[in-house]
Design a protein around this ligand. Structure first.
Ligand SMILES: Cc1cc2nc3c(=O)[nH]c(=O)nc-3n(C[C@H](O)[C@H](O)[C@H](O)COP(=O)(O)O)c2cc1C
Length: 200
């Protein structure tokens, strides 16, 4: 993740490619209940920071680095789209009962789409960062940009050319967990890590 950007513009073709890739994310039942609010003019980007930050005129280091990103994309998810899709004949959940869902797939799918945006930026040598919309500001973001009431912003992706090393975050202060700590083979607490290679 990059949190300090140069002011250089981002190729609009790259943004289009990132959005096209986002729509290739997997989605439950191919519901595709996602939408992407794209802010790619200085005025629109500024509007985002004005409604979400108190200190746009006196930004701290994090905010001033982030505010220079020329592109902000807000991936959104629609729970209603998934409930409707799964009420169709091939799925049959006609009661549209949310309790049927083991996970909020609407948010998961939008998050996977967001990852494709991040990866597209990285592949192009650009920087990007996923952040959340501050909870007390979600309604203001909805109002400012006229977000459809059926859709929820799942977060924000900034895209731009990295500056100052990109202002790396927590990974510079916290160790990455070893694979062996997070993988559980066969049962939780069982042998983790890499599959043993077959012995001769
Ligand atoms: C759901 C989510 C929320 C995040 N929120 C923030 C944030 O508010 N501020 C920030 O600087 N980084 C945020 N990040 C970026 C993480 O800090 C970053 O991904 C993590 O430290 C790993 O660093 P890396 O992505 O550079 O490997 C967020 C990432 C995710 C996935």
């Amino acid at each position: 993740m990059v949190r300090s950007y140069a002011s250089d513009p981002v190729d609009p073709g790259l943004v289009d490619r990132a959005l096209s890739n986002a729509t290739r994310a997997p989605s439950a039942g191919f519901s595709q209940g996602w939408a992407f609010l794209v802010l790619d003019t200085p005025a629109d980007v500024r509007r985002y920071w004005e409604v979400t930050a108190d200190d746009v005129d006196d930004p701290d280091e994090w905010l001033s680095g982030m505010m220079r990103a020329p592109v902000v994309i807000i991936p959104c998810s629609s729970k209603a789209a998934y409930l409707r899709r799964y009420a169709e004949a091939d799925k049959g959940w006609t009661d549209q009962d949310e309790a049927r869902w083991p996970m909020p797939f609407w948010h998961m799918d939008a998050a996977m789409a967001a990852l494709l945006i991040l990866q597209t930026a990285t592949d192009a040598g650009l920087g990007s960062c996923f952040i959340g919309v501050p909870t007390p500001r979600v309604d203001a973001v909805r109002a400012e940009f006229g977000i459809d009431p059926e859709y929820d912003p799942v977060g924000v992706v900034t895209i731009g050319h990295p500056a100052d090393g990109g202002a790396a975050g927590s990974p510079t202060r916290r160790p990455r967990k070893p694979v062996t700590d997070v993988v559980h083979r066969g049962r939780w607490g069982g042998r983790g890590g890499h599959q043993a290679s077959p012995s001769a």
